[in-house]
Design a protein around this ligand. Structure first.
Ligand SMILES: C[S@@+](CC[C@H](N)C(=O)[O-])C[C@H]1O[C@@H](n2cnc3c(N)ncnc32)[C@H](O)[C@@H]1O
Length: 250
């Protein structure tokens, strides 16, 4: 099964909007100088830099060796680690995460791992895809694979919970939820929808042979065009985000 690969050069070209739009999550975190903060799923470190600029002592982790190499190039303390198995023990004032948690199906594993990494009373502040996120894109990909007799559900990498579902999970792991909201965030894309698919939908594209991928991509773009494309504004992805701030028990 094809897995999702991350690469700092492609990320810079096709996905810079992800960290740009994460600035609001940094505001919700309200980092204070001197705090020790973990950036969970730091990618190439663009948002980690903002936390460092706020005077925090930041450790950044990501499962992708390529993204970590990009973050290290920025001079950050960046290490390879999986969110579900963090090697930290009650040592951070806050865990921050932007656009990562929907890539991990073991959500309980992540929340338990974050709870272990935090000091008592520490904050967990994050944003990721919530229920209904990219519904048009996801159903176009699913339909295109099903037309080929393939099981799209077995390759679909995304976990998009509702706010109620995720709040319940946080509480079950000892967090008090201070704030949680699910909101639509239609997102203008920097280029063609094909580039978005190649950057973010690799598990679906990898379900067909390389030679068949251009036809699959064209078919998915055609299906999405009426809902997501306008000649005036280009492509807009139908993102829905789940943003929250929670506090670990003291
Ligand atoms: C869309 S990027 C977001 C990166 C960064 N937070 C930003 O805002 O630009 C998602 C990142 O999540 C990372 N990721 C996916 N699954 C992960 C896991 N299980 N543990 C840690 N990082 C993971 C990927 O490697 C990728 O760098």
């Amino acid at each position: 099964m094809a897995t999702q690969q991350w690469n700092p050069e492609t990320y810079e070209k096709n996905a810079r909007f992800v960290s740009d739009l994460g600035a609001g999550v940094v505001d919700l975190l309200a980092p204070k100088a001197g705090e020790r903060i973990l950036d969970l799923g730091c990618g190439d470190g663009a948002l980690t830099e903002k936390l460092v600029a706020a005077g925090c002592r930041v450790v950044a982790v990501d499962a992708s060796a390529e993204q970590i190499a990009g973050a290290v190039k920025r001079g950050l303390d960046a290490r390879i680690a999986r969110a579900e198995a963090l090697p930290f023990d009650h040592e951070f004032d806050a865990v921050f995460s932007n656009a990562v948690l929907h890539w991990i199906k073991d959500a309980d594993g992540v929340v338990a791992s974050v709870a272990r990494a935090l000091k008592p009373g520490g904050r967990f502040v994050a944003e990721f895809g919530g229920a209904g996120c990219i519904a048009t894109i996801r159903s176009a990909l699913t339909a295109a694979l099903e037309r080929r007799g393939l099981d799209a559900r077995s390759v679909d990498p995304w976990y998009f919970p509702t706010d109620l579902e995720y709040a319940k999970k946080l509480k079950a792991h000892g967090f008090t939820v201070r704030f949680i909201t699910l909101f639509p965030r239609p997102t203008p894309l920097p280029g063609e929808a094909a580039a978005w698919l190649e950057t973010f939908a690799q598990p679906f594209l990898g379900a067909v042979a390389a030679a068949d991928r251009p036809a699959l991509i064209a078919e998915v773009c055609d299906a999405m065009r009426p809902a997501l494309y306008s000649p005036d504004t280009g492509w807009t992805a139908d993102y829905i985000r789940l943003r929250f701030a929670a506090e670990r028990a003291r």
